[in-house]
Design a protein around this ligand. Structure first.
Ligand code: MSP
Length: 593
């Protein structure tokens, strides 16, 4: 019941434009506080992806979960560069009935299936540039120790009791379902089978003696936690949905299964006849990776941000915090929730044969191209639809034409023959708008551009904090368009370096455009790390000048020295991002012959 309401809650969005701020005083131009604010918090940050089931190969939805976490984590590293300040875990969820059944169906031992599919996830994440610091498999010994210790704490605190549990169980979702969420569907042989109303997956009636967790005791503590921290679950509609669920009945939760039925899991300590419920097992992975039960885990908990899909919200926002509170720990700092990818309007599924293979996409669109697409088009609040033409159109227009074209226009030999970062002329572009004089060349729109780019790092950071990475990219893209407009307006190709009248203004136009590009390159690092590296290297920005703490846009405009002025640009290494439509035509041809 919890799943259905959140899936319904979130309809389709309208387009959300990012309004650029009006001109404000140049004194406001500084991105210094970005880093400083986080440093002052001094906190460590621990990001997690869900751990992925190994019953089937990874698809683009899984990659999306991991990319969102990766981008958040990379953005945080740009704010607080110390490697000791940020940790990022991912991994595979290898126990439970679902995996046990998948292994049987594939004629494999469960360990074989787990090794095979876990390796596929690890390879995909390596190829996609997921910068995780930890990879956990729930079949590891360190994890069994952590889960059994956690269980022992719940037991010692009187939160587990033995009782008869009866109900429908859906192995595919690894959860119990109430009668109202089960329907009948006719099977291939004409007989009627009980299935989950929402997912259509088969369910089976289960009646056994299990260990039960006193979940019902936690309704009020959970409500207090969520009401006291309105951003605990972000975006807000998911926070609201969880509070609404907490108004409904909250029955105790069965947290073990008979081992005769489920042998593929972690045994209940002191009672081998029972296996620990796979969700309890899986959730504890977040503690295992940070060293639990050794005290070292306390330096990372609870400053933890979980990135999850909406289908597993109930497990993370109700069961997990209740289990943590039960074990005497705090709930996680943040739960960031995203929606799903559909394909040509349909849910992705093996039976429909429409599963999109992420490795093919990375090959076809490049790592940076596909990362950009998923994060630019994926809106956490709503489901998004995937189709190939959309990827080509977006990447051609935003990365190849707008961004690549801008870089090319400002660095090409014929326009920038000295291959340097030219000098900014304060007389041509005075810091006060509206001044008139023979050398003043800047126009009102140019001040609007400077203001938009100056405030961009803060806007982007706010979007990251609100888990709206697509809005951060939308804001960058909008500024790229504005910068192209600036270059177009002043047509530097019509100005002459030899003319004493043109030269200072020509240098200024290029200087401003290169400064804008430096900001875009810096801000794109979390999403397109290789492309951003290429861009920043071309601008001559060194590795130590790429953080957000010291990103100071257009310092000459405010009368400060600019460390880049006069610097040689980096070597020319070809197009920043080649257009895809041509290579796709080639692909199609190659396919036909
Ligand atoms: N094993 C559990 C998670 C345990 S975490 C303690 C699980 N695994 S999963 O492989 O089914 O899903 C992992 C993640 O992939 C979830 O965040 C889920 O929402 C996400 N996605 C699965 N299909 C998806 C789409 N079609 N689109 C976007 N993300 C989707 O649940």
């Amino acid at each position: 019941m919890l799943r259905i309401s959140v899936l319904r809650l979130l309809g389709r969005p309208g387009t959300s434009g990012v309004s650029l701020l009006e001109y404000s005083s140049p004194r406001h131009y500084s991105s210094g506080p970005l880093g400083a604010r986080d440093d002052a918090r001094g906190a460590r940050a621990f990001f997690t992806t869900p751990i992925f089931y190994v019953n089937a190969a990874p698809h683009i939805g899984h990659l999306y979960s991991a990319l969102l976490a990766d981008a958040l984590c990379r953005h945080r590293r740009l704010r607080v560069p110390s490697t000791a300040a940020t940790r990022f875990s991912t991994g595979t969820d290898e126990h439970g009935l679902k995996i046990q059944q998948a292994a049987t169906a594939a004629g494999l031992a469960p360990t074989e299936l787990c090794d095979r599919v876990s390796a596929q996830f690890q390879q995909l994440f390596r190829e996609a540039g997921i910068s995780s610091t930890d990879f956990i498999r729930t079949t590891e010994a360190r994890h069994r120790i952590a889960v059994q210790h956690f269980w022992g704490l719940l037991k010692a605190r009187g939160l587990l009791y033995k009782g008869l549990y009866e109900g429908w169980y859906c192995a595919s979702e690894e959860c119990f379902l109430p009668e109202a969420k089960v329907t009948r569907q006719s099977g291939s042989s004409g007989d009627s089978c009980p299935v989950s109303l929402e997912s259509g997956h088969p369910v089976s009636w289960t009646k056994e003696e299990n260990y039960i967790f006193r979940l019902s005791q936690f309704r009020e503590p959970l409500q207090r936690w969520l009401r006291g921290d309105p951003q605990a679950i972000t975006p807000e509609p998911f926070h609201r949905a969880v509070l609404e669920w907490l108004e409904e009945e909250l029955p105790d939760l069965s947290v073990s299964r008979k081992s005769s039925h489920l042998h593929w899991g972690i045994p209940v300590p002191g009672d081998d006849s029972q296996t620990i419920y796979v969700w309890l097992d899986a959730l504890v992975n977040y503690l295992t990776v940070i060293g639990y039960p050794n005290a070292e885990f306390k330096s990372w908990w609870p400053s933890t941000s979980h990135i999850i899909g909406k289908d597993i919200l109930k497990f993370h926002a109700i069961y997990w915090p209740a289990l943590l509170l039960g074990a005497g720990m705090s709930p996680p700092h943040r739960i960031y929730v995203h929606s799903h990818w559909t394909v040509c309007g349909q849910k992705m599924s093996k039976s429909l044969g429409n599963v999109v293979d992420p490795r093919t996409c990375l090959d076809r669109y490049t790592v940076d191209g596909f990362r950009y697409f998923l994060l630019r088009q994926g809106v956490p609040n709503w489901d998004c639809d995937y189709y190939d033409e959309k990827v080509v159109k977006l990447l051609d227009s935003e990365l190849a034409d707008a961004l690549g074209g801008l870089l090319n226009r400002c660095t090409a030999k014929r326009i920038n023959p000295s291959g340097t970062y030219p000098v900014f002329c304060t007389t041509c572009f005075p810091s006060e708008p509206g001044l008139v004089g023979p050398s003043v060349r800047a126009q009102a729109e140019d001040y609007a551009l400077v203001n938009a780019v100056a405030t961009l790092p803060r806007q982007v950071a706010d979007h990251y904090d609100n888990f709206q990475i697509y809005k951060a990219l939308e804001a960058v893209s909008s500024c790229v368009r504005q910068t192209n407009g600036f270059v177009q307006r002043h047509a530097p190709w019509k100005l002459n370096w030899e003319s004493p009248v043109d030269a200072p203004w020509l240098g200024t136009v290029l200087h401003v455009a290169l400064e804008c590009l430096r900001v875009f390159g810096t801000l794109l690092q979390p999403v397109t790390p290789n492309l951003a590296d290429k861009l920043l290297s071309r601008l001559g920005v060194s590795a130590t000048e790429r953080g957000l703490g010291k990103l100071c846009f257009l310092p000459r405009f405010c009368g400060h020295p600019c460390p880049f002025e006069g610097r040689r640009l980096g070597p020319e290494t070809g197009l920043l991002f080649p257009r895809l439509d041509q290579s796709r035509a080639w692909l199609v041809k190659a396919h036909r012959t």
